[in-house]
Design a protein around this ligand. Structure first.
Ligand code: SIN
Length: 277
């Protein structure tokens, strides 16, 4: 298997490889790379929807997103789309997919179908590296905290409408009722490494603290964990897959192609309840 490190502090790009033909040995190699780096990429893939689903199932059970529009006839695949008429892009704030769930999604497999001529990159922040570099004192404080994560303020019908008038990319706003509490420092269920687990989109406050009390420390953690030394910027080409582990990285889509279209298909993999470190 051929691979190169991504430009940036982490991430591995595999090339000269067809994920439709991935052997068990290759799967093990990719799993190891993802365990170490949090995100892996595959260039020049040619997948129809069935093949995208088949690739995802090699890694585990699929959990469909409740709010995104879905590919017709393939409800397991969420559509991540921006048309020239849209002001916003899906996922343009730093976030961790499905952190509002009691068992947040393990990973996400995003496949680029159409990309703009320039721009439309995705940023990834490595939450292992961010945790490791914290001071001993702050690590100690954070390890005793849990945080509340919610879907309501992002995906309720009202929130979607406020974000973008007449947004046709989301549905089921009435189902935006999930609220879960997770440790602020998790022990990754596979690698065993410690990672920060809070994100600006879905984390509302520390458990037992008010939102107002929580905001300064949460803001500090977001600003701290998204510094350049922890962030990899990925530039897409059509046919590329990014496969990230939501327990190891946050991500954010860049909104810098106002007049162009970008179309991605995303499958999320089921996860498990998260344990504190
Ligand atoms: C997402 O937030 O899952 C989408 C990221 C992207 O479109 O780059």
């Amino acid at each position: 298997m051929k691979s190169i490190p991504s430009p940036g502090p982490f991430g591995v790009e595999f090339y000269d490889m067809d994920v439709n033909q991935m052997s068990d040995v290759e799967l093990d190699g990719i799993a190891t790379a993802q365990n170490n780096d949090g995100v892996v990429f595959f260039r020049d893939q040619n997948l129809d929807c069935e093949q995208h689903i088949a690739f995802a199932k090699r890694w585990g059970k699929i959990v469909a997103n409740r709010f995104f529009e879905r590919v017709e006839e393939y409800p397991q695949i969420a559509v991540v789309r921006k048309e020239p008429k849209h002001r916003t892009v899906v996922g343009e704030t730093w976030h961790t997919d499905h952190s509002y769930d009691a068992e947040p999604a393990r990973g996400s497999i995003l496949y680029a179908r159409e990309v703009p001529s320039t721009g439309g990159d995705t940023l990834f922040a490595n939450m292992y590296m961010a945790y490791d570099a914290l001071s001993r004192g702050l690590k100690h404080t954070l390890r005793h905290l849990s945080a509340v994560h919610s879907s309501a303020h992002v995906f309720s019908a009202e929130a979607v409408r406020t974000n973008e008038h007449n947004d046709d990319r989301f549905h089921s706003g009435e189902q935006a009722i999930q609220r879960s509490i997770h440790p602020v420092v998790i022990k990754h269920p596979i690698s065993g490494r410690k990672a920060l687990y809070v994100n600006p989109d879905f984390t509302t406050h520390f458990d037992g603290w008010t939102e107002q009390e929580s905001r300064p420390l949460l803001e500090y953690l977001y600003q701290y964990s998204t510094q350049d030394q922890f962030v990899t910027r990925f530039s897409w080409s059509p046919g590329t897959i990014a496969f990230w582990d939501n327990r190891a990285v946050m991500h954010k889509a860049i909104n810098d192609y106002p007049t162009e279209r970008r179309l991605m298909h995303r499958i999320t993999l089921a996860g498990c309840a998260l344990q504190g470190a």
